[in-house]
Write a protein that binds this ligand. Structure first.
Ligand code: IMP
Ligand code: MG
Length: 178
C-alpha cells in the first residue's frame, strides 16, 4: 500500500504486465506503420512514460510532437478539457498516432481529434496504455489499447493524483475507505 497526500492506493497492475501490454501494442504499430513515417502525438503529462517506451520500440522513421491537456481535479474528471500547450506542428498529409496514458470518458480524445481534424491529415490512430470501457461515452475507435481496466481511479506509470505518483513503476488503484 502507498499513500499520496490524503489518499491510500494499493498495487493493481505490475510493471511486468504494463511492459507486456506496451510490447503487444508496439508489435501492432510496427506492422501497421511499416514503411511509413508517422508522427507520435504525445498527450502530456500522463503519457510521457508510455510514449517513451512505445517510441523506443518503433522500427521506422518517425517524428514526435507534444500537446498538453488536462481534465482531472483530484480523483474526478471536471468534464472540461483544458489545453495548456497547443499544436505547433504541420499536420498536412501526416499520419498521426495519438498517444494517451488512459482513455476514460473520452472527452480529451474528442478534443484531440477535433484539434487535428481540420489540418489536412492523411489519417490518425489512437494508442492508449489504459482504457476504461465502462466510463467511455464516445464513438471514436481506440485502435491500440494496452489494458482494459475497471472504472477505478489509478496512479503510477505517468498517471497522477494531483501531480503525485507519476514516478511509480506499477499501477496502484484508489483504496476504498468504506
Ligand atoms: P477523459 O478525458 O475522461 O477520457 O480522461 C482522460 C484524461 O484524464 C487522461 O489522459 C488522464 O490524464 C486523466 N485520467 C483519467 N482517468 C484517470 C485515472 O484513473 N488516474 C489518473 N488520471 C486519469
Ligand atoms: Mg492524459
Amino acid at each position: 500500500m502507498i499513500r499520496l497526500n490524503d489518499l491510500s492506493f494499493e498495487e493493481s497492475i505490475s510493471e511486468k504486465t504494463i511492459t507486456e501490454a506496451i510490447e503487444k501494442i508496439s508489435v501492432e504499430i510496427n506492422a501497421a506503420y511499416a514503411g511509413k513515417s508517422p508522427i507520435f502525438m504525445v498527450v502530456l503529462n500522463g503519457a510521457f512514460r508510455f510514449a517513451s517506451e512505445l517510441i523506443s520500440r518503433f522500427e521506422g522513421d518517425c517524428r514526435v510532437e507534444f500537446v498538453k491537456m488536462s481534465s482531472y481535479d483530484g480523483t474526478e474528471s471536471t468534464g472540461e478539457v483544458l489545453t495548456h500547450m497547443a499544436l505547433d506542428f504541420d499536420l498536412e498529409d501526416q499520419e498521426i498516432i495519438i498517444v494517451e496514458d488512459i482513455v476514460d470518458s473520452g472527452n480529451t480524445l474528442e478534443k484531440l481529434v477535433n484539434m487535428i481534424a481540420g489540418g489536412g491529415i492523411a489519417n490518425y490512430s489512437i494508442a492508449t496504455l489504459f482504457f476504461k470501457p465502462e466510463a467511455y461515452t464516445k464513438e471514436y475507435k481506440i485502435h491500440y489499447a494496452g489494458l482494459e481496466i475497471p472504472n477505478d481511479f489509478i496512479v503510477g506509470y505517468g498517471l497522477d493524483y494531483n501531480g503525485l505518483g507519476r514516478n511509480l513503476n506499477a499501477i496502484y488503484k484508489l483504496k476504498k475507505t468504506d
